[in-house]
Design a protein around this ligand. Structure first.
Ligand SMILES: Nc1ncnc2c1ncn2[C@@H]1O[C@H](COP(=O)(O)OP(=O)(O)O)[C@@H](O)[C@H]1O
Ligand SMILES: [Mg+2]
Length: 362
């Protein structure tokens, strides 16, 4: 003998049975359910809806206008006009509306993220709507975690890439220094060696004016010293260590043909911070000298606030500066990123150029 499941029509035909069954079902489902009448007032809500919305007693919600009670504000607290509410639309149009993310306001004022569907429901008084919704806090939290993890991964990858670029730039810089030493001081010292040979020959009476040869040798040694000094200053200006940022920056401005207005506090900072700030200013000043044709003034401003040193260099030249990897500004961007700071260049065409760096002080 086979047992047959009672059919749905049998249940519904059962009148009271069907009503009880529906009530039991709605009370026990995990999803929240409520119903609004043609006026938009809550006529019914199940325990899951009460729980999510923070009510203990259905009487506190039933009879209230649903939109004005739980849906009157956007996530940012701004007013949510009832005319724009998709949840109420089924009453007017007969359509069914689904929304994957919206925010309801709980009784305690907190907002809860929800996904809902709202379907039209014919009642004796006219068309109402039945709304089924779900608290999606957990989904949002896991989406937020995934987003943060992706952001952190991207940051770590960018940091790796910028470290690699710094290493490449350091190698290139070492090669440049080698070339400069070879072409500058080394050539001059070789020349001095030859002159000393000439001088000895002159002393031995083999020709040549000893005084003139010595004068040339002295000039070459002086030039070699200047070359080495300039190179060393480019690597790490000694004045930065002995007298600080203000004095070091002042010594750079001496080479700039445009008036430079300096606003630099006398404070001292950790060495990597002072070096980075110095490089930002010297690169920006070198750029203003080389590229900002027609600039009439330059402002250099350092601002020391708790935890941060801000460096700003502004010229009133033609603008149009671009940050290109492995060039001056691109190298600064990497240097600042490696120190946990920020670097930005604002250079609209015709609007001057502002280089802005912030350095964390820890
Ligand atoms: N202050 C400035 N005014 C106008 N253009 C600039 C300025 N600074 C930089 N630029 C432009 O941006 C480019 C990139 O600058 P940078 O990275 O310092 O490289 P480089 O100075 O070696 O050319 C420059 O070649 C120049 O065209
Ligand atoms: Mg440059």
């Amino acid at each position: 003998m086979t047992t047959q499941q009672p059919s749905m029509s049998w249940l519904l035909a059962g009148g009271a049975v069907a009503h009880d069954l529906l009530e039991a079902l709605i009370a026990s489902v995990g999803d929240a359910v409520y119903m609004v009448d043609p006026d938009g007032r809550v006529r019914f809500c199940n325990p899951a809806a009460l729980r999510i919305l923070g009510y203990d007693d259905p009487a506190d919600l039933v009879g209230k206008p649903s939109h004005q009670t739980i849906h009157f504000q956007h996530r940012d607290g701004s007013h949510y006009p009832a005319e724009e509410c998709p949840m109420l639309r089924p009453r007017a149009t007969g359509e069914t509306v689904r929304v994957e993310l919206d925010w309801f306001t709980r009784r305690d004022g907190r907002m809860v993220p929800v996904a809902y569907s709202s379907a039209p429901l014919a009642t004796d008084q006219g068309r109402g709507a039945v709304v089924v919704f779900r608290d999606v806090s957990e989904r949002l939290a896991s989406e937020e975690t995934a987003r943060r993890e992706a952001e952190e991964r991207a940051r770590a990858e960018e940091l790796d890439a910028s470290r690699a670029r710094i290493l490449t730039a350091m190698d290139a810089e070492r090669r440049r220094l080698g070339r400069d030493l070879h072409d500058g001081a080394q050539q001059r010292l070789l020349h001095v060696l030859l002159l000393l040979g000439d001088g000895r020959a002159a002393l031995d009476g083999r020709g040549g004016d000893c005084n003139e040869i010595l004068a040339r040798a002295t000039a070459e040694v002086r030039a070699a010293i200047d070359d080495v000094r300039a190179l060393a200053a480019g690597i790490h200006p000694p004045i930065l260590t002995t007298r600080g940022l203000g004095a070091a920056i002042e010594s750079v401005t001496a080479r700039v043909p445009v008036p430079v207005d300096l606003d630099i506090p006398p404070d001292r900072f950790a060495e990597p911070v002072e070096i980075a700030a110095y490089y930002v200013v010297s690169e920006a000043l070198a750029n203003a000298t080389k590229h900002a044709v027609g600039a009439s003034s330059i402002q250099v401003q350092l601002e020391h606030s708790p935890g941060t040193l801000l460096v700003r260099v502004r010229d009133d030249g033609p603008g149009g500066a671009t940050v290109v990897p492995a060039h001056g500004l691109g190298g600064l961007m990497d240097r600042l990123a490696a120190l946990g700071g920020t670097f930005a260049v604002d250079s609209p065409l015709g609007g001057g150029t502002t280089v802005l760096a912030t350095l964390p002080l820890h």
